[in-house]
Design a protein around this ligand. Structure first.
Ligand SMILES: *Cc1c(COP(=O)(O)O)cnc(C)c1O
Length: 376
């Protein structure tokens, strides 16, 4: 048995987390009605260049709540990339609306703005770009289309806390941004999520719908609208406050490690020989590399699956890319309409990308890949 085990992505929990959670326990503010929740909402939305934050019990419920807050319902359509995680279209289906898929753009792997116009109909209510693996989507193009057509934008920023597009943090471009604090995301609260927005009315409405849409003005158990049980607990907020103190360090480590992976693969000739394609970072963005995700090309000498098996034998955990939504049983469509997403899904591999992954571990993983393609 190999003793060395390197996970793809796991939470880093230490003294600050213990301090904050214990403080919350001592104070007794553990429920969703807690100054810890407000503190976390304020600090995280400020970090994300937004004025308001509405914390929820997952990234998925943040997406659903954002759409519900905008009044998305049966008969509406929501445009989103096919190359994403299943929670994005699922949140659309929860409202009764229909998800409409767009292929990835080859450069950034995110929603291809050039393909959006042709899918807009009179039913289109929202465009939901996803900042996949930590790389921002082309928000100027998306916002221009949405503004011209009078369509809302909800950003799925579940993988991109702190990523920047022209110097501005993702989640602050559209009407609302949605984040996840699941255990493998950039910062975690175990489970959890947040909506960010600059619109006070939307923030208030989201907070009201988040907790059962209780009646106002004395009629507490009176409900004018369908609300949800999507509250985020004080204990989760305490964990989040501890994680948020460290987010800049986490992101810096991820970017250092991505650069190191890139340098090793480049120096070893894997890039110039067309064996590996490095993950993108467009000139106008800051990628936070939620996943360090190169493409394994045909020239590599062995299949992606064989490479993954070799890495597993050395204690290195990896993941394939997402299967695009248009091949999932629930959302199946003619796959020939989405060539870029199909190709990414076939070639991509997520390498270890934990917040505190050491340079030694990056070298260990990169050398295992270099030696695998030498020994084919
Ligand atoms: C993780 C993720 C979600 C869902 O977040 P949960 O907190 O797991 O519900 C949504 N969208 C994307 C793109 C994600 O990566």
């Amino acid at each position: 048995m190999n003793q060395h085990r390197i996970p793809v992505c796991e939470p880093v929990i230490a003294e600050r987390e213990r301090y904050w959670v214990n403080k919350c326990l001592d104070d007794g503010w553990i429920s969703g009605i807690s100054p810890y929740v407000e503190d976390f909402e304020n600090k995280f939305s400020e970090f994300s260049d937004s004025q308001y934050g509405v914390a929820t019990n997952s990234g998925t419920t943040a997406l659903h709540l954002a759409l519900a807050t905008l009044g998305v319902k049966k008969g509406d359509e929501v445009i989103l990339p096919t190359f994403t995680m299943v929670a994005t279209p699922n949140a659309v289906v929860y409202t009764g609306a229909k998800p409409v898929f767009i292929d990835a753009e080859p450069e950034t792997w995110n929603i291809n703005p050039e393909k959006i116009e042709e899918k807009i109909t009179s039913k289109t209510k929202v465009i939901m770009p996803v900042h996949t693996y930590g790389h921002p989507a082309d928000m100027r193009s998306v916002m221009e289309i949405a503004d011209t057509r009078g369509i809302f934008v909800v950003e799925d920023a579940a993988e991109a806390h702190g990523a920047k597009y022209y110097g501005q943090k993702v989640g602050s471009f559209g009407e609302m941004g949605c984040f996840s604090f699941y255990a493998n995301k950039i910062i975690t609260t175990g489970e959890g999520g947040m909506i960010t927005t600059n619109n006070e009315k939307l923030a208030e409405r989201a907070k009201w719908l988040r907790a059962h849409a209780f009646g106002r003005e004395g009629k507490h158990f009176w409900h004018e609208e369908l609300g949800y049980g999507y509250r985020f607990s004080g204990l989760q907020a305490a964990l989040g406050l501890a994680q948020l103190e460290q987010i800049e360090t986490f992101i810096a480590t991820r970017r250092r490690n991505a650069q190191l992976y890139n340098d090793i693969f480049t120096d070893m000739g894997l890039v110039s020989k067309g064996k590996i394609t490095l993950p993108p970072e467009a000139y106008n963005v800051k990628n936070i590399y939620w996943m360090y995700s190169p493409l394994i090309e045909d020239n590599f000498g062995m299949s992606r699956e064989e490479l993954m098996n070799r890495l597993t034998a050395k204690g290195i955990e990896t993941r394939t890319f997402f299967y695009p939504m248009h091949v999932q049983p629930m959302y199946a469509e003619d796959p020939s309409c989405y060539p870029v997403a199909n190709s990414l899904a076939k070639r991509g591999i997520n390498l270890p990308s934990t917040n505190n992954l050491s340079e030694e571990d990056v070298w260990y993983v990169a050398e295992a890949i270099v030696s695998a393609q030498r020994n084919v």
